[in-house]
Each structure stands twice: as structure tokens, then as C-alpha cells.
Design a binder for this molecule. Structure first.
Ligand code: HEC
Length: 238
């Protein structure tokens, strides 16, 4: 275990304080495993806010940003590991993160200060704030499920963010990896309209070749895939 890992019980207390509404599945917790399962309840679907939880979810909020903006092939994926840095899984990301000390976390402070390279897509201020909040909350390996309201599936209400966070580092600036650019409404709509089956296979991880499953580092949580599929079926509502 890393030296900067807070004692397990402390992490749990912090998490409980941060999100008293969360249902934490205790049976999955052991000292050896920093993974914490959080299942925020849906807030009734009254608006586009997915759940009442204030917990930043590593699997759905943090990892996709590192993978998409830093972990592309040729950069910080497992195969390329430029400068020895891998940013496609929790353990490797924690090599440059100190829980509750964002200003001492290299893999946080470098963002916008040299990385990603100037010519690559950049994280937004909101993305960076999410990373900081995750570090402030203890940089836990929170694995959240049930994090979306699948009754919300407009572009502005859901799909824009899903694509930006999960695909943006590779397909968010032109021409985009494999010449697939999904960085705005019109481009995403026209690409998906012309390549619906290929696109659906990519996000559902049912492509004929594993390299075509997207994101390549891991399938998105089911409810986000559902939101995108509903958006396509409904004719791409704005
Ligand atoms: C880390 C970079 C990266 C991320 C993140 C990423 N892609 Fe890709 N994408 C690629 C690369 C590289 C290819 C070319 C793959 C190949 O054909 O070998 C590709 C290809 C594709 C293709 C075309 C399939 C093909 O190979 O013809 C689609 C569609 C696609 N991506 C959609 C997405 C979507 C949707 C997301 C987000 C949910 C996403 N990608 C996330 C890098 C990425």
C-alpha cells in the first residue's frame, strides 16, 4: 500500500461525512482493497442533476478524464508510458496524487501547466475542479453505479458531457483519433448518423475488433450508454 494512503477507516469516515445519503455496500470493503462502492440514489428525476451524492466518483468522473486527456496511445497509456507515467488506472494515477493535498499532487498540478501538450485538447475549468474535489475528498477509488438519470437524454442535458468527459481527449478536437471528431452537436450527430452500427458497437463494447471498443480502457457505466442510445433513438434532441 502506498505511504500516502490515509488509514482506511479515516477514508471511510470522510466519505460518510461527504455523502450521508449514499448507500455504501459494506460487504465489499476490506482493508486490502481501497475500492468503495457508492450507489447514489436518483433524486426523483425532477431535473438533470443525476443524484444527490456529493461524492466524486473515480470510475465515472475522474478516470475518464485521465484516460481521455492523458492516456491516449503514444502518451500515458500502458504501452507507451511516456516518461514512465501511466494514467489509465487507479494504482498508477495514485503515483502522482496525494490524498487531500492537491497542491502536492504532480498529476494534478501539471494539468494546464505543460500537460496536456498545448496542441492537444485541454481539460475545462470544471474538469479540473472535479479532480481537485476528488483529491480533497481523499482521492478514493470510489466506484459508483446508478449515477445517471436515464430519463434525461438530451444533448445539453446529458450527452454533451458524457462525450466530452469520456471521448473528448481523443475525439474532441479536429481531426480526432481515427478522424472521428465528436466535439460539437452537429459533428457528433452527423458522424453517428452515418456510422450508427459502428458507433453503437463501439460504446457497447461489441465491436468485431477489441481496438474498436470505446473507450478502449474500459466500458462506460451502463446508464451513460443508455443515455446515448436513447438520444440516438429519439433523433438527437438538442
Ligand atoms: C484515449 C483515446 C480515445 C478515447 C478516450 C476514445 N477513443 Fe475512440 N478511437 C480512438 C482511436 C485510437 C481509434 C482508432 C481505433 C482503431 O480503429 O484501431 C478510435 C476510433 C473510434 C471510432 C471508430 C471506430 C473505428 O475504429 O473505425 C469511434 C466510433 C469512436 N472511436 C468513438 C469513441 C467514443 C464514442 C468515445 C467515448 C465514449 C471514444 N471513442 C473514446 C481513441 C479514443
Amino acid at each position: 500500500m502506498r505511504i500516502n494512503t490515509p488509514p482506511f477507516f479515516l477514508s471511510l469516515i470522510v466519505l460518510l461525512c461527504a455523502c450521508k445519503h449514499d448507500i455504501i455496500n459494506n460487504s465489499t470493503l476490506t482493508n486490502a482493497d481501497p475500492t468503495i462502492i457508492v450507489t447514489p440514489p436518483i433524486n426523483g428525476g425532477s431535473n438533470s442533476t443525476p443524484g444527490v451524492s456529493d461524492t466524486v466518483c473515480f470510475n465515472t468522473d475522474v478516470l475518464p478524464l485521465y484516460v481521455s486527456y492523458c492516456g491516449s496511445s503514444g502518451c500515458h497509456d500502458v504501452n507507451s508510458h511516456r516518461s514512465g507515467v501511466i494514467l489509465t488506472d487507479y494504482t498508477h494515477i495514485m503515483n502522482g496524487i496525494r490524498a487531500k493535498q492537491s497542491s502536492n499532487s504532480n498529476y494534478y498540478t501539471i494539468i494546464g501547466n505543460g500537460m496536456p501538450p498545448r496542441t492537444s485538447p485541454q481539460l475545462t475549468a470544471a474538469n479540473i475542479a472535479t479532480l481537485k474535489k476528488w483529491i480533497d475528498q481523499g482521492a478514493l477509488n470510489t466506484q459508483c453505479t446508478n449515477v445517471c438519470d436515464t430519463t434525461v437524454f438530451t444533448y445539453a442535458g446529458a450527452v454533451q458531457n458524457i462525450i466530452a468527459n469520456n471521448c473528448g481527449g481523443c475525439h474532441g478536437s479536429k481531426p480526432g483519433s481515427a478522424n472521428v471528431y465528436l466535439g460539437d452537436y452537429a459533428s457528433a450527430k452527423s458522424y453517428i448518423t452515418a456510422n450508427t452500427t459502428l458507433f453503437n458497437n463501439a460504446i457497447n463494447w461489441t465491436s468485431t475488433s477489441a481496438a474498436m471498443n470505446m473507450p478502449q480502457s474500459g466500458k462506460m457505466v451502463a446508464c451513460k450508454i443508455t443515455q446515448i442510445q436513447k438520444w440516438i433513438k429519439a433523433g438527437y434532441p438538442q
